[in-house]
Ligand binder design. Sequence first.
Ligand code: HEM
Ligand code: HEM
Length: 157
Amino acid sequence: MKNKYPFPVMTVHWLTFLLVVLAYITGGDPTVHLKSGELHVFAGVSVFLLFFIRIIMISIYKKDLPHNKPMSKYQKTLFLIPVLGWFTLSGLTESYQLFGVNLPLISNSWDVEIIGETHEFLGNFFMVLIGLHALAALIHHYVLKDNVLKSMLYFKK
Ligand code: HEM
Ligand code: HEM
């Protein structure tokens, strides 16, 4: 067991963080808000892809992880939010271009409003989870004075 997360795991962690923040601030109907909507879908799809990359990274570096806890609540929600967003988008439009490339959509007859609201609710709820997660990391660092925050930072020894 090491003191720090391996470089690739840290990079996926902080990249996911940046993309979740981008997805959050650009949140809204991408078929109405075209420019910010494109960023929203880009950030959300990237978070979705990073979800799988993170799982692969974690299994590759299993033995080198400092705190080997399964963070299942983040994992599951990070999967579900983009999937629900994609279902919502599929119900709102027949085709959607992301930077000029057609995003595959599915045809469905579900209630877009309910799926859209669940997507929005989970997006907001997730930010609260992240806030608590970040607060916990800061408490570890400043109150408990242990290695938890440093294990996820590139430079601090
Ligand atoms: C981590 C990823 C994501 C987060 C945190 C997120 C968050 C949000 C939030 C908070 C809203 C509501 C914004 C508002 O109305 O004030 C929203 C709306 C929306 N998002 Fe996402 N989103 C993510 C990924 C995606 C993806 C990947 C897609 C599509 C492929 C998508 C499609 C949509 C659509 C269509 C709406 C409008 C919903 C409606 O008007 O009912 N989102 N998103
Ligand atoms: C979208 C935002 C975030 C998500 C989704 C997220 C998710 C995760 C996940 C899944 C892990 C377990 C390691 C891994 O699988 O990579 C982790 C660990 C960690 N995160 Fe975050 N995180 C976010 C933001 C933050 C922020 C803002 C901070 C600090 C202020 C932070 C500090 C840490 C620390 C210190 C660890 C190591 C904790 C431990 O090993 O017990 N994270 N995070």
